[in-house]
Design a protein. Sequence first.
Length: 186
Amino acid sequence: MNITVELCAPEDKRIIFNMYPLYLHDLAEIRNVLPNAHGVFEDTDDYDTLQAQQALFEIWWQKENVLYPFLIRADGLPAGFGLVATPPYLVDDSEYMLNEFFILRPFRHKQAGERAAMDIFNRFPGKWMLFTTEGERNQSTQQFWRKTLSKYTADGYEETDELLPHFDRGKVFRFNSPGPHPSATL
């Protein structure tokens, strides 16, 4: 499977917009969250359509060289996305944060996520953090990050449970990216 990771151009943002509700649907099962009164996975009833929800994500294409929306493709088809934030959008003293990362179900367990994550990390040498939901319902994602980061950093990552500003409790992973890594070849 040929995996590519590209900075998502504004004319392609609809592809990430199309996948985002699927990501929230997956998270709902893990976080035991219900949709709002309109069937949209948001905290309030203020968002009555997916289009209204999408307005929240325009910022990813407005803050060039600060926020980075990556589109992940497998054999040319949309397979997921990774959203990378830099200061001032971080919650700690890291240089980079993987704010959101999602791989569509048909591409999971085929190394698409691992290869895409490593490609993203290679683009930004420095101090990273990422987080995911803690707890039993999210064991597969936690295992994914342990395996991927163990391979990427030769076990040089830190894992903690923390209360994060704006994000609630989470399993936090911190590590350093040295830049291009031989095991991340796409």
